[in-house]
Design a protein around this ligand. Structure first.
Ligand code: GLU
Length: 497
């Protein structure tokens, strides 16, 4: 049976790249009838936080990605990881490195220098595995450890040959062993390092397929060596293309802030259905042209074959707030908002209106018809749930804000509106019965009698009634806002002129 896992490090908010890995793993498992497991890689004690772990749980829940079995916390398995390292030493597949800490390069600069040297040696075809402890007889190594000498444990990477594995996306991957250092498995303070911990846990969790970001490709060569040393079956690997910023640079929390954090999308009015759909298309395409795909359909269509080799670009603008996020994701959210059956949209809508103090229980009972008509009218132009309480506030409350540019253009530019709007209010009050048609007739009639263009009154009414410069058909808006309220707002707007 297929068993995959999502293995985030809880060292910050859940990155959209990580969320995409979670989604692809989930789709893969669910499509194949396999298991999707969650492992929190909290071994970096300094950088791991509970808050970040919470954001992982919340993010998965928001996206609707349920996991099987108990969550695994990697830090709880450190003893097993250490035992595996000891076993490898005993089997002569790893060795104790007694190099004093300062020479081993605890600090970053020294480490960098050593890595540089290793790379250079590799380029020149020199065997850099000249660590004097690599060939220390096991008895002596044991004795020195027993005498209390500090040591790190390093894997004995073969001196000759190539590491080869088949990647489910990128195909055959090869690397000379000469390019791979004798990697540290255990630090001298006994702390197991990332590659060892991941492999031990993946073995223990019986993971059959490792699907993760392309940034782990080089680790995979090292991890394959660890599987081999431990004599464990090697899972299939598939690496996902990176998600880049518009300038093709790395998409990072530090540089790009909230746009990379999954919770931003929840908090800024994305529907999880829409964001999930958009995430799925970052680096993957189904066969065919279709882009709007609910979860069931994504699950049916998902396959590693459709995963791209080239990076995906998250297309947003750092300078234009209207393009604060990927434009396709935003478009997709608008599509979902526009086309979702109202009863499916309702929970998110209710939550949004409630949070803004705009919800009335009557919207689900006596005023349901009005509510439905209103939502159907206004959602045509909305991009996020926030638009319902933002631009859409005037439909639910009197204390809405006026867009300054709309006021300048539609109200203040024409002084005659100071008299015209109260006149129009009077006409509106007399329309009987009151609906879109009679409101239109009243307005057109009034415009003709006053000798002004209907458009002047239509635009002024739009700003007077909704605070906006654009919106749905104005006569529908009159109908929705209602006779009295429309008249009141027209008179109030005249006061602003
Ligand atoms: N914890 C790693 C990360 O967040 C992922 C490890 C893996 O998927 O193998 O990048």
């Amino acid at each position: 049976m297929i068993r995959v896992r999502f293995a985030p490090s809880p060292t910050g908010y859940l990155h959209i790249g990580a969320a995409r890995s979670a989604l692809f793993n989930w789709l893969y498992a669910r499509r194949e009838g396999g298991k999707f497991l969650l492992r929190i890689e909290d071994t970096d004690l300094q950088r791991s936080t509970d808050e970040s772990t919470r954001s992982i749980f919340e993010g998965l829940q928001w996206l609707g990605l349920d996991y099987d079995e108990e969550v695994v916390f990697q830090s709880a398995n450190a003893d097993q990881h250490r035992a595996a390292a000891v076993q490898l030493v005993d089997e002569d597949k790893a060795y104790r490195d007694f190099t004093p800490k300062e020479e081993r390069g605890g600090d970053a600069n020294v480490k960098q220098e050593i890595a540089k040297r290793a790379r250079r040696d590799a380029d020149e075809g020199v065997d850099h595995r000249s660590n004097p402890y690599r060939e220390l007889p096991l008895e002596e190594s044991k004795q020195r450890a027993a005498d209390g000498e500090l040591f790190a444990v390093r894997l004995k990477v073969p001196r000759e040959g190539r590491s080869v594995f088949e990647d489910g996306v990128f195909g055959t991957q090869e690397r000379d062993y000469a390019e791979i250092e004798d990697l540290v498995l255990l630090r001298s303070d006994g702390h197991p390092l990332y590659n060892l911990s991941v492999v031990c846990d993946d073995i223990a969790m019986q993971i059959t397929d490792v699907i993760r970001g392309q940034d782990h490709l080089t680790n995979t060569h090292k991890q394959v060596l660890i599987y081999e040393a431990l004599g464990a079956p090697i899972p299939r690997f598939a690496h996902l293309p990176l998600i880049l910023a518009p300038n093709k640079g790395k998409l990072s929390k530090r540089k790009h802030g909230a746009v990379v954090s999954l919770t931003t999308y929840r908090d800024r009015g994305f529907l999880p259905e829409a964001f999930r759909n958009a995430l799925a298309l970052l680096g993957w395409s189904p066969e065919g042209e279709q882009e709007i795909m609910p979860l069931d359909e994504l699950r049916e269509k998902f396959s590693l074959k459709g995963v791209h080799h080239s990076p995906a670009v998250f297309n947003f603008s750092e300078s234009d707030p209207r393009q604060w996020t990927d434009q396709k994701a935003l478009w997709m959210n608008a599509e979902y908002i526009r086309t979702m059956p109202l009863d499916e949209l309702l929970p998110a809508l209710r939550a949004e209106l409630k949070a803004a103090g705009l919800w009335r229980p009557e919207y689900e009972t006596s005023e349901h018809k009005w509510f439905e008509k209103t939502i159907n009218l206004i959602r045509e132009r909305f991009y996020t749930l926030k638009d319902f309480s933002g631009q859409g506030r005037a439909y639910f409350a009197d204390d809405f804000e006026f867009d300054a540019a709309a006021v300048a253009k539609n109200l203040k530019k024409e002084p005659r509106l100071k008299e015209l709007l109260p006149g129009l209010a009077g006409q509106i009050e007399q329309a009987e019965p009151f609906n879109a048609e009679t409101a239109e007739a009243a307005l057109r009639h009034f415009a003709e009698a006053a000798g002004v263009k209907a458009a002047l009154l239509i635009n002024a009414s739009r700003t007077a009634l909704t605070g906006q410069a654009v919106g749905p058909s104005m006569f529908e808006v009159f109908d929705i806002i209602g006779r009295e309220c429309s008249a009141r707002r027209l008179r109030a707007a005249a006061e602003m002129i």
